[in-house]
Design a protein around this ligand. Structure first.
Ligand SMILES: Cc1cc2nc3c(=O)[nH]c(=O)nc-3n(C[C@H](O)[C@H](O)[C@H](O)COP(=O)(O)O)c2cc1C
Length: 358
């Protein structure tokens, strides 16, 4: 067997997978049906639990388990301290956002759900892996995962972050290239833009530097991408956007249509939707917010709260312009098929490509 196939087989055996393809945990876009379809095809399902209180995490897991016996990972963002508020800037943002939807009010309390309680809910749910993004879990959580033998997959966007994650005890590194849809996982939010590294540079750099397996994420959406990532040193791949048009994903039809027609340059990195850097379709609002005359976004989670009325109205009307439409740079390769069929086709194609590799 070629080195990439041996490496991916070892990863699959260690984590109960049949094929080395993981569904990315996508907050707001990881329904149990999608995770179960991926797990049912031999991959690993995923759930982005960022916006889910403990009871919702419990219910998600229960529904997943009724649908699939395969492996699943749960995921949280590691929170930053609450940001300083800037009332004058927020007032300008409210005026700007009123052009795109109902005029928002500066939020009283933009705090997130209790992170400690979410961590406890993840541990109780006993997934096959727990992943992190935006930083490292606190020592208490790392010890609790270890005590329960739940592997920790830590997202890294740079070599330094990967090294820090391995030193903290991560069991695998998710190397998130800058092609990736959704938020950049940078540990330092303010540095996310200047440290955006593409997957072709990131995967071999991390694979050569750490001893734990590397899971490649970002812009992988066909068999060639899967094979290339494994050839570069990854043991498995994690796909987000590639599943968004699947029959189980259930995203807004306008978003799905936007993905279908998107060239790589039709996605862009923006802070305008949430306050943290993320890759989105260049919608009308995202383009307007990048105009030099537009007010600079507030930090996360204030900006996220400010854009909530616009996003909700756009979703209700089915208008892409004000929607939150995350997309990786390979969006156009996402297929409108059952997710299990996507997993199978990608792995069969990649395995054939790798069969003769050394
Ligand atoms: C809609 C969407 C939501 C996402 N939400 C999360 C999240 O909650 N947690 C996380 O670790 N990554 C999240 N990501 C990033 C993915 O984990 C992954 O890095 C990315 O999807 C890989 O790039 P690709 O979309 O080109 O496959 C999200 C991505 C998308 C597209």
């Amino acid at each position: 067997m070629s080195a990439p196939l041996t490496r991916s087989r070892a990863f699959c055996d260690a984590h109960g997978l049949e094929v080395p393809i993981l569904m990315a945990p996508m907050a707001g876009a990881s329904p149990p049906a999608l995770a179960a379809a991926v797990a049912g095809a031999g991959g690993m399902g995923g759930c982005g639990a960022l916006a889910m209180p403990p009871q919702a995490i419990h219910e998600w897991m229960q529904e997943f388990r009724t649908r699939a016996a395969g492996p699943v990972q749960l995921n949280l963002w590691v929170p930053d301290p609450p940001p300083a508020r800037d009332p004058a800037r927020e007032a300008r943002l409210c005026d700007f956002l009123a052009r795109w939807g109902p005029k928002p009010e500066p939020p009283d309390d933009a705090a997130c759900i209790d992170f400690e309680a979410q961590c406890d809910a993840l541990l109780v749910a006993r997934p096959d892996a727990i992943s992190s993004i935006m930083g490292l879990y606190p020592a208490r959580m790392i010890a609790a995962m270890r005590a329960r033998a739940i592997p920790w997959f830590a997202t890294a966007t740079t070599l330094a972050e990967a090294r820090a994650a391995e030193a903290a005890g991560a069991d695998a590194i998710i190397a998130q290239g800058s092609e990736a849809g959704g938020h950049r996982g940078a540990f330092e939010a303010a540095k996310a833009g200047e440290r955006a590294v593409g997957l072709f540079a990131l995967v071999p750099a991390i694979a050569d530097a750490v001893r734990v397996p590397v899971i490649a994420a970002g812009g992988i959406a066909d068999a060639r991408g899967v094979a290339a990532a494994l050839q570069l040193g990854a043991a498995a791949v994690m796909l987000g956007t590639a599943f968004l048009r699947s029959l189980e994903a259930g995203i807004a039809p306008t978003w799905a249509q936007g993905l279908a027609g998107a060239a790589p340059e039709d996605t862009t990195l923006t802070r305008a939707l949430s306050g943290r850097l993320a890759r989105s379709l260049r919608t009308g609002y995202v383009a307007a917010a990048a105009d030099p005359g537009a007010p600079a976004p507030a930090p996360y989670p204030v900006q996220r709260a400010l854009t909530a009325p616009m996003r909700a109205a756009a979703a209700e009307r089915g208008e892409l312009a004000g929607m939150q439409a995350w997309a990786g740079q390979s969006a156009a390769r996402a297929r409108e098929e059952p997710a299990g069929q996507i997993v199978t086709a990608l792995w069969e194609g990649a395995r054939d490509l790798l069969a003769g590799a050394r």
